[in-house]
Design a protein around this ligand. Sequence first.
Ligand code: ZN
Length: 494
Amino acid sequence: MLYLYNTLARVKQPFQPINAPHVGLYVCGPTVYGDAHLGHARPAITFDILYRYLTHLGYKVRYVRNITDVGHLEHDADEGEDKIAKKARLEQLEPMEVVQYYCNRYHRDMEALNVLPPSIEPHASGHIIEQIEFVKKILDNGYAYVSEGSVYFDVEKYAKDFHYGKLSGRNLEDIVTETRELDGQAEKKHSYDFALWKKAAPEHIMHWPSPWSEGFPGWHMECSTMGTKYLGEEFDIHGGGMDLMFPHHEAEIAQSCAALGHDSVRYWMHNNMITIAGKKMGKSYNNFITLEQFFKGEHPLLSKPFGPMVIRFFILQAHYRSTVDFSSEALEAAEKGLQRINEAYARLLKLKASTETSANIVETIAGLATRCEEAMSDDLQSSTVISALFDSAKAINTVADGKGTISETDLAELLATWKTFAIEILGLRLDADDNAAAGNQNMDAYKGAVDLLLNMRLEAKRNKDWATSDLIRNQLTELGFTIKDGKDSFEWSL
Ligand code: ZN
């Protein structure tokens, strides 16, 4: 049985899909106005291993990860300039050029990290009509009001009928004291009311017609709308970074309850943050390092370049709900760890089976698959899977060094466990695999080239072009090939 920690219930719960074997998974994706940094890698990798593990368990997962390309404003998403429109203004680009550019780069970085693409990647700007319909439902149910062409969620009204703040553990009083009064909020009844639709200022370049004004949707709106559009009014899992819990996910819950009369999400899952010297990493903190900078080693905080698999391994070494503190030293340690895993896997591929498994390794390898399965089923304890792999690496080295033996059955099982957990579920691209694949490809190309030459020679012989025929044979012989001529055929070896 798979147990997942449900942030809303604040407890690990057995996972029971609404409509097994189908599972609906929604994860908040990036706002595409800049390059992905280490803070983006964590949710992507966390929910990637959830996606992979659910698939491994036999579920048919529909994984939706959105692209925010409109409506995410600078201050708490609700005030200030649109992040994409601002970038477009600064770079003198059409906003959708900004979106496309950073989307492409995001995909490139995710591919490098071996993060599988989601089943659907909807863009907020592609779902304006659906968002308008969603806002209408909230208005019809009386939980929103129109003011100066904008539509705001009526938090006070909502809080009378539902618990606003239940995900992040806040009361309305906490929210009142937390919320800053900002300029331009006079049109709201309360500073903590959030925008469902914003009337565009004249200089605002991204806007669409609506019953209330020429404008654009509030940021929280897209996830409520696209989650329910693609996964149903009630779906299984909603994930994202812990920093999105408030106000974004809290607002999503409120919007869904206000529009539909009930929650949309069964299990809320949140990954913890990556810190640098204890401080949150993010654009607003000026301490972020982009993934590209990691891969190229181009940042003052980095001692050297770190490959994408090192970043992935570094993140998976911690449980997703604990914080990870970044430093160059921590990455160097992860690189050494990954190196050990790589070496063990390369040796595993070359191990020779004996008649039986020796006593000094039998215990380590016998329980390996179960240990990994139990760890993943206990709220995705990737760190425990990694320790189990390290333990089995010792067993592999014992056999490879001639200090132990392994039976054919145990060897097959050990190899299958590594393939399942290290490669398929943790998603590590192991060097030995890459090299073997590249090696096979090279071998195929080389054989093809020699065959091509000898077929050309055969054709020359048929045409009685002895000069060409001899030239090919002599040159290949000089390179060390042995050629045996048959009747209208050939064989060769090196
Ligand atoms: Zn979202």
